[in-house]
Write a protein that binds this ligand. Structure first.
Ligand SMILES: NC(=O)c1ccc[n+]([C@@H]2O[C@H](COP(=O)([O-])OP(=O)(O)OC[C@H]3O[C@@H](n4cnc5c(N)ncnc54)[C@H](O)[C@@H]3O)[C@@H](O)[C@H]2O)c1
Length: 441
């Protein structure tokens, strides 16, 4: 099939490469000239495991090409995915300017019947607006469908190739049949294609992310209760996660959720619900808990070392909002680092892949360490923000020797408090008490 993917970000890149891998003729368009030039050379502008070989192979075999000419991509294709960003507007609503700009270009470039699919996460009712924008410029027939994306950054190719389910919100039998055919190679084993009306598909995406964010904030609230009572949240987590009705995923307390999706999608859903007169109080609570949680590590560090951190050095391990990605959009690490800098601390950071991305956010206001151990040299404390695999089993003797004081604030519960106390650390984690209090400074 002839497929256009408009927008070559995390979602568009994976979608285009995977569609090409299953034999389709794909053109991937983006207005970012620098990004497209890199892609044409086979360079991947983001860190996403397994994506590079996929792109290189399909480029070499001629099944995918990258262009800045969106109109030409539309003319060359029968199926057009809109995968551009939907950042939060000032009032928290999803900003649809990129989506509607693409719809306008599609309308102007129409040269036959097309199936247009919003892949971007968009509020309920957006497909209607996309259709109106296209039909303002053409009389040719167009189907406008919704196919929300559930991939996880860091495992995106795998998620796309073997999805739990594919949600298709369709406006006609014909569009449903074509899209089911397009996705059939990806659901051979599960067969899980859910066809539904367009508004249900649009709401499903927000409901899924809001549910996952709710589980995280719920566990962060329970972690706070554990801290006040001396209970171990890990035990509580296992105790409830083993209940088949609850399940064990997304029950990890931490230093707050971040990333390109949960924060903006929860905000946008609140906005839509309020606008339509629905009660959004449950999501307002989810957001409020998360805002508090993003400051938990900082508050503990300040309680321990004081408000004035001038003359102090703080090491930070992990900058991306989660492991296996370089994405730092709304990363809780940024909240901590900005607050440390405001209080006069010198901040030394390390991340296995997000160092270049960090420079865009932090410039030369922090020191970039070549290794996680180098970051510790002479530091008054270590703060951990991302549960990268190489951080899980470090050399604690080497860590202790490098740090000025063996003081650790772990936002991802990487280690056992008792082990840390035995190794001579003062160890603050989430919902599991504090071990080895009063480390020597
Ligand atoms: N990142 C994720 O994990 C994820 C997962 C599921 C859904 N989503 C949703 O998918 C959408 C895209 O997310 P992303 O993370 O890939 O965004 P991104 O910011 O990484 O990429 C968006 C791309 O769209 C391009 N673009 C903007 N306007 C354009 C236009 N008029 N024509 C062509 N290209 C244009 C930008 O240059 C950019 O390269 C969002 O709605 C997001 O909520 C993201």
């Amino acid at each position: 099939m002839k497929v256009a993917v408009i927008g070559s970000g995390y979602v568009g890149l994976v979608l285009g490469a995977c569609m090409a891998e299953s034999g389709n003729d794909v053109v991937s368009a983006d207005i970012d000239e620098n990004k497209v030039a890199r892609l044409q050379r086979g360079e991947i502008p983001i860190y996403e495991p397994s994506l590079e070989p996929l792109v290189k192979r399909n480029l070499a075999e001629g099944r995918i090409r990258y262009t800045t000419d969106v109109a030409e991509a539309v003319r060359a294709s029968d199926i057009i995915f809109i995968a551009v960003g939907t950042p939060p507007g000032e009032d928290g609503s999803a900003d649809l300017k990129h989506v509607l700009a693409v719809a306008r270009t599609i309308g102007q470039a129409m040269n036959g019947e097309k199936i247009v699919i919003t892949k971007s996460t968009v509020p309920v009712g957006t497909a209607r607006r996309v259709r109106a924008e296209i039909e303002a410029h053409t009389d040719l027939p167009v189907h406008v469908c919704s196919n929300p994306e559930f991939l996880k950054e860091g495992a995106a190719v795998d998620d796309f190739m073997k999805p739990d389910r594919v949600v298709l919100g369709v406006d006609s039998e014909h569009a449903g049949a074509v899209l089911r055919d397009l996705y059939e190679p990806f659901v051979r084993n599960s067969g899980a294609i859910l066809t539904m009306d367009v508004p249900a598909a649009e709401i499903t995406k927000y409901a899924a992310n809001a549910m996952l964010a709710t589980r995280i904030s719920f566990m962060n609230a329970i972690a706070q209760l554990c801290e006040l009572t001396g209970a171990d949240v890990n035990m509580v987590r296992k105790g409830i996660g083993s209940d088949a009705r609850i399940g064990s995923a997304f029950l990890y307390p931490g230093a707050g959720y971040g990333g390109s999706c949960f924060p903006k999608d929860v905000k946008a859903l609140i906005h839509t619900m309020e606008e339509l007169g629905a009660d959004a109080s449950i999501l307002q609570a989810v957001e409020a808990v998360n805002e508090r949680q993003k400051r938990v590590l900082l508050n503990r560090l300040v309680a321990r070392l004081g408000e004035d951190l001038s003359g102090r050095t703080v090491a930070v391990w992990g900058l991306s909002f989660k492991p296996n990605t370089d994405d730092m959009r709304e990363a809780p690490s940024l909240v901590t680092i900005e607050a440390l800098l405001e209080r006069g601390a010198r901040v030394v950071v390390h991340d296995p892949v997000a160092m270049d991305e960090a420079r865009h956010h932090l410039g030369d206001r922090v020191t970039y360490a070549a290794s996680n151990y180098e970051a510790l040299a002479g530091a008054d404390a270590l703060v951990i923000h991302t549960e990268w695999q190489p951080y899980r089993r470090p050399d604690f003797v080497r860590m202790k020797a490098a740090l000025k004081a063996p003081l650790v604030f772990d936002g991802r519960n990487l280690w056992e408090p008792a082990d840390m106390a035995a190794a001579g650390f003062e160890y603050h984690c989430i919902g599991r008490g504090t071990a080895g209090l009063s480390a020597k400074e």
